[in-house]
Design a binder for this molecule. Structure first.
Ligand code: UN1
Length: 512
């Protein structure tokens, strides 16, 4: 194991013994098999965990359901104080947690730190929110009646998260769920369990400072598909929030829907950007590169389709290729590296399959090769690819979780918007233009059909203050800021009659 990871985990008080189930402050082995955690940086063994099984999930959800009975009655600002304290722990251990994120997910240091910062930001947001869970007063049509709506805690929330944002996406859910009065049962990706255990260790530290908080407000079950399915099936979890592939989301949604639960889905993206003739080309090169190769193309918001006006396509391609061939690729923990490894061999294979499919449809592939020199052995390092391709090539309909940027040319904006929207996914989108009419058109109802619509910035790197999520196969869920909190609460509509009469709505007479 990397000494850096071992030391970071020790400082955060993660027990050295492998566990896979943590219920509040109780660390235990899962009843499943012993699994290894391998670093994408160099294939080194980072740790082990005993996978959770469906009975472990049952135990965790039961504890969460019991904690809920107490937590729902704690005033929201006091729940916010717990989140504030957790945010303090994150500040204190920001570097340590980022180290584990880097080693486990392969992120470059600045992005790993950014991910922990995103957790701190959502905690701050949630603390403020804990005093702003506003309801409404509605004009009643009946004299002597008061009509209002208010929000109550919903119940324990299941969170299923992916390897690529191993901690931030959980924090978006957990911080908001907690102030809303909901305990959380978290199934992290089985590729990144150590970051989850580290987060739980910081929660346990926070619990020690908050003796009135029921420990099972936070629980972790590490495991595979069966663990995710048990969460989805658990009637104790009125809400399951899942981030990951479309296939995973479909399976979760089906199971949750069968018991008429609520699911909040944040699934695949196939994000596009339109670059118009008036775009600032220097800004374009920087924003495209960060969006397309950041996190080695493994963000759900990664830029995958670049739709460029034919008059500037050659010039922009030239500028991008120039940057792409100089990209510092390699050990993500080293200063100056901008592109770290893919998560595993399967991701490397998926990238090569996509490039082969692109070639079959006359795509012209620049880069994309596996690198062996100047990179750590034991990891999957690739040169990000730019693929010039026609808009109708089938491969561009798919999200391949790797740094492949399809470059498609367009003639007029209508065509560009059509190409842009002609994919099954609908997460993030962008237009680069200095023409306000083009920008507004893209943001209008006849423009981008995505949940995130940007002008003169890339598709990735959203702030936590907005609601995050997308349409179509992306699943329709919204997490993080704005009024996403409403998914974590139940709405009560309440009519109070303070008169001596009993007038009926709609003017109905019913005299007895
Ligand atoms: C994800 O990839 O699942 O907007 C989340 C972004 C990040 C979150 C990405 N703030 O790229």
């Amino acid at each position: 194991m990397s000494t850096a990871v071992r030391e970071a985990l020790r400082r955060m008080s993660v027990p050295a013994e492998p566990s896979g189930v943590v219920v509040g402050g109780e660390w235990s082995r899962g009843r499943g098999t012993l699994e290894s955690v391998v670093s994408p940086i160099n294939g080194s063994l980072l740790g082990e965990f005993h996978a959770a099984t469906p009975p472990d999930v049952d135990q965790a959800t039961e504890a969460a359901a019991t904690a809920f009975l107490q937590w729902r009655c704690v005033p929201a600002p006091q729940r916010g104080e717990f989140v504030r304290q957790f945010g303090e722990r994150l500040r204190q251990y920001k570097e340590d947690l980022a180290t584990v994120v880097s080693w486990e997910a392969g992120k470059i240091t600045t992005e790993a730190l950014g991910e922990v910062q995103e957790m701190i930001d959502i905690c701050d947001f949630a603390v403020g929110l804990s005093r702003q869970l506003y309801g409404k007063t509605i004009a009643s049509e009946r004299p002597g009646h008061r009509l209002s709506e208010y929000w109550h805690p919903l119940g324990p929330v299941g969170v299923i998260s992916a390897f690529n944002f191993p901690v931030a996406v959980w924090a978006w859910n957990a911080a908001i769920a907690w102030v809303c009065g909901d305990p959380v049962v978290w199934k992290p990706s089985d590729k990144t369990p150590l970051t989850a255990l580290a987060c739980q260790a910081l929660v346990v530290q926070t619990l020690e400072r908050c003796p009135d908080v029921p420990a099972a407000v936070s629980n972790v079950v590490v495991g595979g598909v069966d663990v995710g399915q048990s969460l989805a099936a658990s009637a104790r979890l009125p809400l399951v929030s899942a981030t990951g592939s479309v296939a995973m989301g479909r399976a979760v949604a089906r199971t949750v829907a069968a018991r008429l639960g609520r699911s909040l889905l944040e699934l695949g993206g196939n994000n596009g950007m339109i670059v118009t003739p008036s775009a600032d080309i220097d800004l374009a090169v920087r924003s495209i590169t960060f969006a397309a190769v950041g996190t080695c193309g493994q963000r759900c918001t990664t830029l995958r389709r670049l739709i460029v006006h034919e008059s500037i396509a050659d010039a922009l391609r030239g500028r991008l290729l120039d940057v792409y061939c100089r990209l510092p690729i390699g050990d993500p923990t080293k200063d100056g590296t901008l592109v770290g490894p893919l998560i595993n061999e399967a991701a490397g294979d998926a990238m090569q399959h996509a490039l082969a499919a692109a070639r079959q449809h006359n795509g012209v592939v620049h880069g994309g090769e596996r690198l062996q020199d100047g990179v750590p052995t034991g990891g999957v390092y690739v040169r990000p690819a730019i693929v010039e391709i026609a808009a109708h090539a089938p491969i561009i309909q798919q999200e391949t979780f790797a740094p492949i940027l399809y470059l498609i040319r367009y003639r007029d904006l209508d065509e560009a918007v059509r190409i842009h929207n002609d994919v099954p996914q609908g997460l993030a989108s962008a237009i680069l233009t200095r023409d306000v009419r083009e920008a507004e058109r893209f943001c209008s109802p006849s423009g981008s059909d995505c949940g995130i619509v940007n002008v003169n910035i890339g598709t990735s790197g959203a702030e936590i203050g907005g609601a995050f999520g997308g349409e179509k196969q992306t699943g329709g869920g919204r997490e993080s800021g704005s009024d996403s909190w409403k998914a974590y609460m139940r709405r009560v509509t309440s009519t109070v009659n303070y008169s001596d009469e009993l007038p009926l709505a709609q003017g109905i007479r019913f005299d007895v």
